[in-house]
Unconditional design. Structure first.
Length: 640
């Protein structure tokens, strides 16, 4: 049996098959045993996959490497046995024992840098295990979507989306094969039975409705009917991620591994994905910080904290929060009771140790030593205690501008290509001091495009009209992709310091100590600020980008999907900082799909972008803002 494993590193996914090894079959660069080599076959027609195959090099020989193998899962789809993983000299995960049963849907939660994506990487073979194995059932097909999936495909959207539906193609070939037998004149009971079985199977898996299945998934993820025939390469990175996700879902793997799949989705697509996962016919492991998605889609939670994995089996996300609170309260009460008992024992020992009750005192000494040995006097482990600390983020006060308006667009026509119709026309927008503006509107309407025009770093985007900025404007920006643009060879602390000092309005007094202090408040303490960006997790990179944003004094802040890639604590910390910032001198413009985040900021204005126009209203948020449109599209469909 060859295990088929689809690693969705690109829209044209790399399919990997590995030769049989020492009575088991394995996948991934770690999956080989003592004095044994693996061969890897990358099956794809894209340059991305061809390069991956070339980079793989010759077979590797090692003494012993731990990894993922097809083996005894004890009935589970996936079983982790004593898995340990290090990052550099530091232990990231250790003693991980965990199983995913058939049709279980697990959400993996934890702070940025805890090891969530690393654990998925270890399961798929892209991250090396120091100890232990991940066992996959022999009948399981595994599908994996990484946070950083991109496309090198030259196919149309529909072609790419259906290209991994091999289960339908295989069933179609079988049906054609047995049909031909009957068509050639074999009407035996066996031949007719084979035909009936093949027809029933083809119908059961949706073979007769393949195109409808493709259309349903693409529509659910936000594509219009006319998008199906467009080439993948014409879409922006965020939309290529959606194509990769559609392809993965349509391939219907038995075990679905998803790493932050909602980062580039608007609210409508997120809702659809949550419902799709909730009824998925297979096992699911979902890494996400999206509380709404988790609560809709999963039926168990695994929290990675303190180098270990804590199971909350058969718990929705909200039930997990309740259960964690209960466990924490129970552990604290038990600890306090043990401390009181120890104090009582010690008091008796101190009082009667040398007297007539010395024998009784000695027995209490033994009891006390036993309590200490069993760890009953140790404080409850942090892994089960409440997460009460929200990262403390304080933004520098805004430099005082001249006049009332920070930035103005007057009669602006905005687009990327003068030869094509503009995306936005006759845009009039005045951003005043003290203004907090949320941009909303249908998916792909041009919200991110408007924000780019406001930033002014691509002047040719404004094809008519003008952009007027306050002569004391200090602009600060935070985008969903900022973390992906960081120099991988730079240290985190250097990036934060250099960014604060950069430009004519830079602050040359900012020190490394100040940068480390900001990063520490964001959860990157100890030696993490001294690491190169390449050594940080995706969530930790997002915290570095947030630290860069937080240290530089600005009087107009622009944020495009700021909650993407940040964990729940960081999102709450950023929302609190924005709600407290600005006063009468600073302004804020935000694009966000995250209702909980937006509700905490205190917006003064709402701008609706639709049909190439902007309608600005001075008002609070209201319920209909989250129902009428797909709020906060991650980006324009068009590639820049």
């Amino acid at each position: 049996m060859i295990l088929k494993f689809s690693s969705f590193l690109s829209v044209a996914a790399v399919a990997t098959s590995i030769a049989s090894i020492n009575r088991c079959e394995a996948f991934g660069p770690n999956a080989f045993t003592s004095k044994t080599t693996t061969s890897q076959l990358f099956v794809s027609s894209t340059p991305v996959a061809e390069k991956a195959a070339a980079d793989a090099g010759p077979p590797i020989e090692e003494e012993e490497v731990y990894g993922t193998v097809v083996g005894d899962t004890k009935g589970a789809s996936l079983r982790l046995d004593n898995v340990a993983i290090s990052r550099g000299a530091s232990s990231l995960l250790k003693n991980i024992d965990w199983s995913v049963q058939p049709n279980e849907r697990w959400g993996i939660v934890g702070i940025n840098g805890a090891g969530k994506s690393t654990l998925l990487g270890a399961i798929t073979g892209t991250v090396r295990m120091d100890e232990g194995h991940a066992f996959v059932h022999s009948n399981i097909r595994v599908g994996y979507l990484k946070q950083s999936a991109v496309s090198g495909s030259t196919k149309t959207v529909a072609e790419e989306a259906r290209s991994e539906m091999t289960y339908i193609e295989n069933a179609r070939e079988k049906l054609e094969e047995v049909s031909k037998v009957v068509e050639d004149g074999d009407y035996s009971e066996e031949a007719l039975n084979d035909l009936a079985v093949a027809q029933e199977h083809f119908e059961t898996i949706g073979g007769y409705q393949q195109e409808q299945l493709v259309d349903t998934v693409l529509k659910g993820l936000g594509f219009e009917s006319e998008d199906s025939d467009r080439l993948c390469k014409g879409f922006s990175g965020g939309w290529q991620m959606r194509i990769a996700l559609a392809r993965l879902l349509l391939s219907k793997p038995s075990l679905l591994l998803l790493d932050e799949p909602s980062n580039h989705l608007d609210s409508s697509a997120r809702d659809w994905l949550g419902k799709y996962i909730a009824t998925y016919d297979g096992s699911v492991v979902l890494v996400s910080h999206d509380v709404g998605l988790l609560d809709t889609s999963v039926n168990s939670i695994a929290e990675i904290v303190g180098n270990t994995l804590i199971e909350y089996r058969s718990c929705s996300y909200n039930k997990y929060l309740e259960e964690k609170e209960f466990r924490a309260a129970t552990a604290q009460a038990e600890y306090e009771s043990n401390v009181e008992e120890a104090a009582r024992l010690q008091s008796f020992i101190d009082k009667f140790g040398a007297g007539t009750k010395a024998k009784s005192a000695q027995s209490r000494v033994i009891m006390l030593e036993k309590m200490k040995k069993e760890g009953k006097l140790d404080p409850p482990p942090m892994a089960i205690m409440r997460d009460t600390k929200i990262p403390e983020l304080v933004l520098p006060p805004p430099p005082k501008p001249n006049g009332e308006y920070l930035l103005t667009l007057s009669g602006a026509t905005i687009g990327y290509n003068p030869a094509e119709p503009p995306l936005l026309q006759n845009i009039d927008l005045k951003i005043s001091r003290g203004m907090k503006l949320l941009l909303r509107g249908p998916n792909g309407a041009g919200k991110s495009t408007l924000l780019k025009a406001l930033r002014g770093n691509v002047p040719e985007m404004i094809q008519a009209g003008e952009r007027i900025e306050n002569d004391r404007l200090k602009l600060g920006t935070f985008t969903q992709d900022l973390a992906q643009e960081l120099d991988p060879e730079s240290r985190a602390v250097d990036l934060v310091t250099d960014y604060a000092r950069m430009g004519a309005d830079g602050d040359m007094t900012v020190t490394d100590e100040a940068a480390r202090s900001v990063l520490g408040r964001l959860g990157l303490g100890g030696e993490k600020p001294l690491r190169k960006v390449a050594a940080l997790s995706g969530g930790e990179k997002a915290r570095v980008a947030l630290g860069m944003f937080a240290l530089k004094a600005s009087n107009l802040l622009m944020l495009d999907e700021p909650s993407n890639h940040l964990d729940v604590g960081c999102i709450a910390g950023l929302a609190k900082a924005l709600s407290n910032w600005g006063g009468q001198d600073g302004g804020i413009v935000v694009i966000s799909h995250d209702r909980e985040f937006c509700d905490k900021i205190g917006f003064t204005h709402v701008g609706t972008v639709m049909d190439g126009k902007l309608v600005l209203e001075q008002r609070d948020l209201r319920e209909s803002d989250w129902e009428q449109y797909d709020i906060g599209a991650a980006n324009s469909k068009l590639a820049d």
